[in-house]
Design a protein around this ligand. Sequence first.
Ligand code: NAP
Ligand code: NAG
Ligand code: NAG
Ligand code: NAG
Length: 344
Amino acid sequence: MAQCFNIIGIAVVLFVINNDFIRPLSAADTKPVNISSLTLNTGKKIPSIGYGTSGVNGLEAALNSALEAGYRYIDTSTYYRNEKVMGNVIKKWITEGKLRREDLFLLTKLPFFGNRPEGVPKYLKQSLENLQTDYVDLYLIHSPAGLKENDGGLDSTTDIVAIWKEMEKQMDAGLTKAIGLSNFNKTQIERILKNSRIKPSSLQVELHAYLQQNELVDFCKENNILVTAYAPLGSRSMTAYNANRGNNVTLPDVLENPIVKRIAAKHSKTAAQVVLRFDIQRGVIPIPRSYNTERIRQNIDIFDFELDDKDIEELKSLDAGIRFFKFSEMAKHPEYPFRGEVQK
Ligand SMILES: NC(=O)c1ccc[n+]([C@@H]2O[C@H](COP(=O)([O-])OP(=O)(O)OC[C@H]3O[C@@H](n4cnc5c(N)ncnc54)[C@H](OP(=O)(O)O)[C@@H]3O)[C@@H](O)[C@H]2O)c1
Ligand SMILES: *[C@@H]1O[C@H](CO)[C@@H](O)[C@H](O)[C@H]1NC(C)=O
Ligand SMILES: *[C@@H]1O[C@H](CO)[C@@H](O)[C@H](O)[C@H]1NC(C)=O
Ligand SMILES: *[C@@H]1O[C@H](CO)[C@@H](O)[C@H](O)[C@H]1NC(C)=O
């Protein structure tokens, strides 16, 4: 069962959202948020929803909005190049007495171009400096496939077990409270499980209504690994992102799906709230990204309704194996995780 994520002693705010009126931010107008939490295999708690931050534009204002709305789990990566801004915002909140470090759950990742044993202490140290903190709550290997440090070409020598042993040492040293994986497939996770002293606490993968990852989620549950869903809204900005790079594909939009929209109308919630609530009820942690204050608040306002069995069955039926993040540039790497997949 999900438990209450405790935010003792802080006047944090969850603004009640309705469709036509958003209450303004004001210190007097505060209401504590009760975000549920899950427990990692380390015994430590993790909030059941996080805030995704890839794409740097306007992060300072957006992160302030996210903290004001009640997000405490913040997802970043060396690769997003936004840790410095993040560190400054967090420091300000702590200095002003609005937040304690222990109330936050900070996650960052080892970059593709640092994916070798000696890269682990090097890039974790850099992240800690940028974030202005002594430890992160979870450190992930961003990808099983690695790139060369300098020219960004494929580094075919990536040894995920050797990298994991260095991840364990960072945990021993207290520089991270838990360690985990991102974009690894089942076979690769099995290899880590067989060759590790400390088991992975979490797996972060693409997961949304069109890519529900049932087999992987079940496998992780059996092995006490919590699953985090990236692109939980179906990463709507990917169509524009691709178009900017001359890749003119139109991706199906999860939030425009008629079934999702009908369930949303039934609960007087938005399509985004329905798909995020679906994750919560599956025990999967979504990390939606938004730079819009209203949508940031909307995405966390999902603890006051429940999808019923019929809703769940209908949402399950949308699973279509559609992967938006294929990392095609890594396809020739020996550890490319999606090689065995039939592409849709
Ligand atoms: N481990 C990995 O390899 C990996 C890969 C990809 C992503 N991630 C992580 O996962 C996070 C989330 O993934 P993502 O950013 O790709 O996709 P996402 O969260 O599924 O979707 C973000 C898009 O949805 C829009 N949006 C947000 N809330 C909305 C709402 N309530 N209604 C309608 N539209 C809404 C956002 O636009 P607005 O900003 O305009 O609201 C943005 O365009 C990332 O930020 C990153 O932290 C990790
Ligand atoms: C949050 O939980 C506390 C303690 O369980 C409770 O007193 C409070 O009313 C809850 N707040 C909301 C907004 O549900
Ligand atoms: C991209 O797709 C749009 C809509 O289908 C089309 O109008 C446009 O010509 C296409 N552009 C390219 C460069 O293919
Ligand atoms: C899992 O990753 C390995 C690389 O370690 C790859 O060869 C295999 O095809 C992948 N499995 C699937 C189902 O894609």
